[in-house]
Design a binder for this molecule. Structure first.
Ligand SMILES: NC(=O)c1ccc[n+]([C@@H]2O[C@H](COP(=O)([O-])OP(=O)(O)OC[C@H]3O[C@@H](n4cnc5c(N)ncnc54)[C@H](O)[C@@H]3O)[C@@H](O)[C@H]2O)c1
Length: 318
């Protein structure tokens, strides 16, 4: 079967659905339909807000934003929207039954060659596909937040997904300017979250073991290896220093790293005490506690600074 993606339907207009709609509509050859369940007066409010951030930071012109919006439409009429869809991407809540039932419901409304993609963060693609008739067309497309700034998309093959579908989605994402990678096994955490969580486990252990506090752990990464990672691949680094040296280092350090199979005990304790970080209720001094204590100003600054940083670094990304 040959696949040509010209019309995309995004299901769910929350944080990720809005972001994905913008990503697809940036391509001048793609028409995007956004479908929401919420009855908001303006379903494009969220997309417009994201575009405004880019305009404010000089990363987009008003004219380009207008062109992006002109390629989008919104509907509650699923039948009409899906009849000629080439790709359907679901971005509804992270709930297995909801996603399974949604794909089962819409399957009679789509063509045999329409691809069904799920933006699940961590759930099994194979399981999400289990209630559909044609499992070869169900694929994972794991975008990262904010999807219009983070280039990575993990294209995840479920047990039944055909290689043609994986290749078609990979090729399309590349064409519209994303940096897709193929994850050829339906494993928990796909690729990037496995890497992130391996570091996370160690970071939490370093704090729990009293080796350094949370702010110090963050500094050690930010001003050390973290600076290299956008440029030097971590496995490229192995080749750079030599496999022999890498092996010696592994022999010396691997036996001492965290290897817990349960979530961090300290993390469990923080949650039990309501110390949820930025979203924690403020204490008597107005601070929001998690691993560290944060003022409202620091929280706002952290969010803005991340977005501004991403806008800056992704502008020149090759
Ligand atoms: N937030 C992230 O950082 C992130 C990153 C990657 C992947 N994801 C995944 O993307 C998906 C969406 O996450 P989000 O953060 O956008 O959530 P969200 O809560 O912001 O949005 C979910 C949207 O789905 C809608 N919805 C629920 N049932 C629906 C249905 N049957 N039909 C159509 N719309 C329906 C809701 O009204 C809401 O607008 C989840 O699977 C999540 O795990 C999230």
């Amino acid at each position: 079967m040959s696949y040509e993606i010209k019309k995309v339907v995004v299901l769910g207009s929350g944080l990720m659905g809005n972001g994905l709609t913008q990503v697809f509509a940036r391509d001048k050859d793609t028409a995007v339909v956004l479908r929401s369940r919420s009855k908001k007066s303006n379903p494009f409010e969220g997309v417009r807000a994201d575009l405004d951030i880019l305009i404010k930071n000089g990363a987009m012109t008003e004219e380009d934003a207008g062109a992006i919006l002109s390629r989008m439409s919104f509907t509650d009429d699923m039948e009409e929207a899906l009849a000629d869809a080439d790709l359907v991407v679901e971005c509804v809540l992270e709930n297995m039954e909801l996603k399974q039932d949604l794909f089962r419901e819409i399957e009679p409304l789509i063509r045999p060659d329409t691809i069904l993609a799920t933006n699940t963060s961590v759930m099994s693609i194979t399981q999400i596909a289990s209630k559909t008739q044609k499992k070869d067309r169900v694929v994972g497309t794991h975008f990262w937040n904010p999807p219009y700034l983070i280039p990575l998309v993990e294209v995840v093959k479920g047990d039944g997904t055909s290689l043609e579908v994986v290749d078609a989605v990979y090729g399309y994402l590349k064409k519209i300017g994303k940096k897709p990678v193929k994850c050829m096994k339906d494993v928990q955490g796909f690729i990037a979250n496995r890497l992130q969580h391996a570091i996370w486990r160690e970071a939490l252990y370093v704090v729990e073991a009293g080796i350094a506090d949370a702010a110090t752990v963050d500094e050690a990464l930010k001003y050390g290896p973290g600076l290299r990672w956008p440029h030097l691949g971590i496995l490229e680094n192995v080749d750079m220093i030599g496999a022999d040296l890498s092996l010696d280092i592994q022999r010396g350090v691997i036996p001492y790293l965290a290897d817990n199979k349960e979530p961090s005990a300290l993390l469990e304790k923080l949650v039990a005490e309501g110390k949820l970080g930025f979203k924690a209720e403020p204490d008597a001094d107005g601070l929001h506690e998690g691993y560290q204590k944060w003022t409202d100003g620091q929280i706002a600054e952290s969010r803005t600074a991340l977005r501004e940083y991403l806008i800056k670094v992704t502008k020149d990304l090759k």
